[in-house]
Design a protein around this ligand. Structure first.
Ligand SMILES: Cc1ncc(COP(=O)(O)O)c(C=O)c1O
Length: 402
């Protein structure tokens, strides 16, 4: 029997995992692959802190294994409201917070309630690839605004203004940024907030890396820089609390009148109800994460930073990459300066199949990512050195042979 499939999912892509089947096939055939593609500290030598695991275990033993409320456990929402007050200075009713299956589900929910077919969202370019594909699922499209590489990957405010149209439904800010590791200055964030206010467009603020910042840099959430520009704040436990596989995140809408807040809450809740709830023991673990000791964050960031410094140095020594030094998160996004290697997709493919190093082609992050690659800076030193040796050797072979 023939099954009629929709055709419009053709363009739904997620560059970070595009080459996974090829890598798995190479491994089956005996090649040892060094994975530098997925931003998951738990794939290397980082572990979820013990008190977080114990909280989940305790919840399970106490039979808190039931379906919870669709918008999340009240205790967790209360803790998030307190936390967001201290981080972003926003006054939240815990009922305004919806617990989601990671930030990923929050992005999907917010897009579903704002986009009609043909609508647009404005996203930074390069951007975390989910933002390129999510609008397609809802029959809209992503319009990319330029990040200026020469100025440390700061947002091009004039480009945002040029690209706002009467179909723009939200403007995305990913700060700190994946894939560039940049932190936007408060001044730039304020300019985006003012622009959004001028055109009556809400902001979607992805703050998943806001605890992974290396220097004493100037960082502000758009939610804290205005009282009257609506901001959907999204955050989660995957990165800062080393809980990638637990799948807990949240979203709330700041800076709107009570009636708007209520309608948005009702709509988000409609979507949340369809998937019943988020894993209940994982929510107790997230509660322990927020309320328990935070010491692992400093230690973890020190490690992230020294590994990033090592990759940065090794990459610069190779001679065919240029990059700003990341200030946050755990990625580096160098530009390939040698013309012969600058087809980033081809470069990533060949590096995987010929040298066994798996990194992600920059064009998978948007048009301004062309001729770049994204490298995860998480592995331990010996693995970084081996990966960099392999890249160096592959490139010198290639250049010598041409
Ligand atoms: C910018 C950004 N947003 C969202 C996500 C997804 O996070 P979660 O695990 O909370 O779904 C990621 C994951 O890498 C990310 O880098």
């Amino acid at each position: 029997m023939k099954i009629n499939l929709v055709e419009d999912l053709e363009y739904v892509k997620y560059a970070i995992r595009d080459l996974v089947p090829i890598a798995e096939d190479l491994e089956r055939r005996g090649m040892r692959i060094i994975y530098l593609n997925i931003g998951d500290p738990l794939k290397y030598d980082f572990q979820t802190p013990k008190h977080i695991i114990e909280a989940a275990y305790k919840a399970m033993l106490e039979n808190k294994n039931y379906y919870g409320p669709s918008h999340g456990l009240r205790e967790l929402r209360e803790a998030i409201a307190r936390h967001e007050k201290s981080m972003n200075n926003v006054d939240l009713d815990p009922d305004d917070i919806i617990i989601t299956l990671g930030v990923s589900e929050a992005i999907s929910f917010v897009t579903r309630i704002l986009l009609k077919p043909g609508d647009e969202i404005l996203i930074p370019s390069p951007a975390y690839p989910l933002y390129l594909s999510i609008p397609i699922i809802y029959n809209g499209r992503a319009v990319e605004y330029r990040m200026i590489e020469e100025e440390g990957w700061r947002p091009d405010i004039d480009d945002i203004r040029r690209k706002i149209s009467d179909r723009t439904r939200y403007i995305v800010v990913i700060n700190p940024n994946n894939p560039t590791g940049a932190v936007y200055s408060s001044n730039d964030v304020k300019e985006i907030v003012d622009l959004a206010g001028e055109y009556n467009i809400p902001i979607v603020s992805d703050e998943i890396y806001n605890k992974i910042i290396f220097d004493d840099v100037d960082y502000s959430s758009p939610a804290s820089l205005s009282n009257d520009v609506p901001v959907f704040v999204m955050n989660g436990f995957s990165k800062a609390y080393l809980m990638t596989g637990w799948r807990v995140g949240y979203v709330y809408l700041a800076n709107v009148e009570e009636d708007v807040r209520e309608r948005v809450r009702e709509y988000l809740l409609k979507l949340a109800r369809l998937r019943l709830c988020i894993n209940t023991p994982a929510q107790y673990a997230a509660l322990a994460a927020l309320e328990g000791p935070q010491d692992h964050i400093i230690e973890m960031n020190n490690k992230f930073r020294s590994r990033m410094e090592l990759i940065y140095k090794r990459l610069m020594d190779i001679g065919v990459f240029e990059s700003t030094k990341p200030k946050a998160a755990f990625y580096i996004f160098p530009r390939i300066t040698d013309e012969k290697l600058s087809d980033d997709k081809d470069f990533a493919y060949k590096l995987l199949t010929e040298a066994g190093v798996f990194l992600v082609h920059g064009s998978g992050f948007g048009v301004y990512g062309r001729s770049h690659v994204r490298i995860v800076t998480l592995p331990p030193e010996h693995m970084i050195n081996e990966a960099m040796d392999r890249i160096e050797e592959y490139i010198s072979r290639l250049i010598a042979g041409s």
